[in-house]
Design a protein around this ligand. Structure first.
Ligand code: CO
Length: 427
């Protein structure tokens, strides 16, 4: 199989994005390199017809948009999420015991805990530094293997081995010295005077290198594929597109893994507030605004479960996507996935028209299944929506697996979604 160069650039993006803050910074840099202008929520915006812009919130969510020359007929949006399951450092001294010093952490999102054992780890996130009474935010990601969470030897059988306790068993080891001030030493190693660090959001990050593997190089494994693979694929499709009659928006939200209800999550006002400013730029009266929104469409892109032959009983007997079988359209009767007939139809038509392989996913009817972005962002801005994703294995493992043929399908789908005819239905 010929490896699409897109996979190499995805792996590079993953390496440079050890956490949500770095991911959003890298996405912003790519947008700027393509002529997009950075806006700040704290400033007044002056937008030009036909302009390309982006804005971030909290440094961990981002919305980019391409404006048409006139008032848009509708909005075409994609959304993905920047965060992945991990562990967050707690404030206070490090824990020393038995000659080892461990950092005190708590869980962020629903990680497969065992998958974090015995792997090279580091920290990634942001610190706030005080400088003469002012504050500066600095992103931190030392390029070093600094931490590891050792598993228990097979010769001991502890009852918690299957689901280790975070507080007891999953604290990462930083040093073989009893050093309660080890966190300060870690900050010094990152180039800070610990006295000046007055705030921090630091998370563990898995340092396992992205790899392509398999007899025909069919697989790509890496940390944080959910959902940085969709963030990246959707960006590539967005950058290919041009706004004609419609406004094109590309959204990446933080905090999907913890319910999206933060100031910058999919359930926050970030999208609604940004749209308010766009509607003001178009001088759109409430009447026009409602009509534009009613014509608009959202693609929520978050990875989907591929079929695992070791666990056939958790998969639906029919709608079980395969690695390298193409992008996945997700359905759920309870509407955690937003797809319905009205949005599935244009999705299928687009894929057929452009030869994009498409698979369908439903949960096994006795499984509860997961949640994602589309239905949550609908609480603030209600839009026709579909949920799609890339098929992957080991979702929420520290090291996840996808197919090397699927990313190109996502990029092509997103691109066509932004520029091609989207037939409408009179409901
Ligand atoms: Co996800």
């Amino acid at each position: 199989m010929e490896i699409n160069p897109l996979n190499q650039s995805l792996m590079d993006f993953l390496r440079r994005s050890p956490g949500c803050f770095h991911a959003v910074e890298n996405l912003g840099n790519q947008l700027e390199a393509h002529g997009f202008q950075r806006l700040r929520e704290t400033e007044t915006w002056t937008l030009e017809p036909g302009g390309n812009y982006f804005v971030t919130r909290n440094g961990s969510s981002i919305i980019a948009f391409r404006l048409p020359e006139g008032e848009p007929c509708r909005l075409r949006l994609t959304a993905a999420h920047s965060d992945s399951p991990t562990f967050k450092l707690k404030p206070g001294p490090a824990l020393t015991d038995g000659g080892l010093t461990r950092l005190n952490v708590e869980q962020y999102g629903g990680a497969i805990r065992q998958s974090w054992l015995d792997r090279p780890l580091s920290i990634a996130g942001r610190v706030l530094v005080e400088e003469a009474g002012t504050l500066r935010q600095v992103l931190v990601a030392p390029d070093r293997d600094l931490l590891l969470i050792p598993s228990l030897a097979i010769h001991f059988t502890a009852p918690e081995q299957e689901a280790p306790s975070v507080q007891n068993q999953l604290l990462p080891v930083l040093t073989a010295e009893g050093n309660p001030a080890a966190l300060d030493d870690l900050l010094r190693l990152c180039g800070f005077d610990p006295e000046t660090v007055v705030g921090m959001d630091l998370y563990l990050t898995c340092r396992e290198a992205p790899r392509i593997w398999g007899l025909k190089e069919e697989f790509l494994s890496a940390p944080r594929l959910d959902d940085l693979a969709c963030c990246y694929g959707a960006l590539k499709g967005f950058l290919e597109a041009e706004a004609k009659q419609d406004a094109l928006l590309y959204c990446v939200f933080d905090n999907e893994e913890v319910g999206s209800a933060s100031r910058q999550g999919a359930a926050s006002t970030f999208l609604r507030d940004t749209l308010d400013r766009l509607f003001a730029h178009w001088n759109a009266a409430p009447e026009q605004r409602h009509a534009i929104l009613a014509r608009s469409v959202l693609v929520s892109a978050d990875n989907a479960h591929a079929f695992h032959p070791g666990y056939p009983s958790v998969a639906d007997p029919v709608n079980r996507p395969h690695i390298n079988g193409g992008i996945v359209l997700k359905h759920q009767a309870a509407q955690k996935y937003t797809t319905d007939a009205v949005t599935a139809a244009p999705c299928r038509m687009l894929c057929k028209r452009h030869d994009i392989p498409l698979q369908e996913y439903t949960n096994h009817s006795d499984q509860r299944g997961g949640s994602t972005l589309g239905n949550l962002s609908n609480a603030q801005v209600s839009l026709r929506a579909m949920d799609i994703g890339l098929p992957q294995l080991a979702m929420h493992s520290a090291y996840e697996t996808m197919g090397t043929a699927d990313l190109v399908s996502l990029v092509r789908f997103v691109w066509m979604f932004y520029i091609d005819q989207l037939p409408e239905v009179q409901e």
